[in-house]
Design a binder for this molecule. Structure first.
Ligand code: ATP
Ligand code: MG
Length: 385
């Protein structure tokens, strides 16, 4: 029998009050976009979404990656009729062969003659009677939990093994937009994923230092942007030529200040690109204390160049936690490919870990900041995924 996909969405969406409709519409649109090349039909039954798809497996894989969806369940649909429900539940339990079980009924359709508790009891009794030896009811910790949803168009049945965890979060695109500084490393793709997961639309900027960083380093970033686009629909990647800025810094500023001043330029370019493209904020993969430039002082000095909110979703996370998310979302394998990034080439031997804002402003004042930023932006290459 072809199973239906029951889509469960974030409880947070239920709490949105008057905005709830907007969130639900966005979620539904995002699901439809993600299924665009699959044959499917969406049935809405009393606030629940059920998807009928030709290729159920492929549809599940897509839907569980839609932000806002917390769980998908593969459900069997039967008529809204007690006998049909009982027979199906007995069949499912017989296949699983648990030692203990429990029926949990959700009677959304009040026309059904029994209430939830009565229905559970009745179905459970039927299963016990017909199953034979070796099966007991355990309401506290059952080996097999059978869910029965009784709704307008039918009854839907599934067990614990039919539940598949989805990504959660809020519908993509509902919470404004950000310009993610995307390097080829492990952290920034995770940062982008976490922003997108809260419903923030993603744009990415990569600073490329040709010829100090190779085409392969660039390809790696492209691949990461592409992986992010699987969660985020459409992603624009801005590839900014960065060598001229770095050379200007190397020639004009002190060696121990290179990284910090370079980071100030990254921030300026990200903000300017955001401004010109109607993007509201900037995000990065920084985490407090992870490397020399990610001290509190370092963050203060780079944030100084921003004219909009800067989000650092990894700021409190340990490297191992970040790596675990990278593995989960499929960016890890690409991130660890050993191609240099621009920061590893221009690293000072003794980078400043506690830069002072006034000193940095003074040091870089010898550079024609505006001209450098404008030129880099004018020569930016744009790729859409
Ligand atoms: P990542 O793993 O994301 O590369 P990292 O631990 O290597 O981070 P840094 O190299 O200090 O840390 O970079 C901190 C953040 O600055 C990155 O997470 C990213 O957001 C941004 N960044 C660094 N290099 C680049 C680059 N070449 N292009 C775009 N953004 C960059
Ligand atoms: Mg890096």
């Amino acid at each position: 029998m072809n199973k239906l996909i029951l889509v469960k969405y974030a409880p947070e969406i239920f709490l949105k009050g008057l905005n709830r409709g907007k969130f639900e519409r966005q979620l539904m649109n995002n699901i439809k976009k993600r299924l665009a090349d699959i044959e499917y039909e969406i049935v809405v039954d009393q606030g629940r979404y059920f998807i009928k798809a030709q290729d159920v497996e492929a549809a599940v894989e897509r839907v569980r990656k839609v932000f806002g969806v917390v769980e998908v369940c593969l459900v069997t649909e039967v008529e809204r009729d007690l006998t049909a429900i009982k027979e199906e539940v007995l069949k499912m339990v017989s296949e699983i062969k648990p030692k203990t079980f429990k029926i949990e009924t959700n009677r959304a359709n009040k026309k059904f003659p029994l209430n939830s508790i009565e229905a559970s009891r009745d179905i459970g009794g039927y299963v016990l009677h017909h199953y034979g030896e070796g099966l007991e009811v355990d309401v506290k910790n059952p080996e097999c939990l059978v869910n029965v949803e009784i709704r307008e168009k039918g009854a839907y049945i599934f067990t614990s093994k039919d539940k598949i965890k989805a990504v959660g979060g809020l519908p993509y695109g509902i919470n404004g937009s950000t310009m993610l500084m995307l390097s080829g490393g492990i952290d920034s793709p995770v940062a982008g994923y976490l922003m997108a997961r809260r419903g923030v639309a993603l744009n990415c900027v990569y600073y490329h230092s040709h010829p100090y960083t190779s085409e392969r380093a660039k390809d790696k970033v492209k691949e990461l942007a592409k992986i992010l686009s699987e969660y985020a629909e459409k992603v624009k990647l801005y590839i900014v030529p960065f060598t001229e800025i770095q050379m200007a810094i190397i020639n004009g500023c002190r060696e121990d200040e290179l990284t910090i001043i370079m980071r100030r330029f990254m921030m300026r370019v990200a903000c300017e690109l955001a401004e010109r493209n109607g993007v509201q904020s900037v995000s990065s993969g920084e985490s407090i204390g992870q490397v020399a430039s990610q001290t509190m002082e370092g963050l203060i000095v780079s944030t100084d160049c921003a004219d909009r909110p800067v989000f650092r979703p990894l700021v409190t996370m340990d490297k191992t936690d970040i790596m675990n998310i990278a593995r989960e979302i499929g960016t890890y394998e690409t991130s660890i490919l050993p191609y240099e990034d621009c920061c590893t080439i221009f690293v000072p031997k003794h980078p400043k870990t506690k830069p002072r804002l006034e000193e940095m402003r003074k040091s870089e004042s010898v550079l024609d900041i505006e001209a450098l930023v404008n030129k880099a932006i004018e020569e930016t290459e744009i790729i859409t995924y």
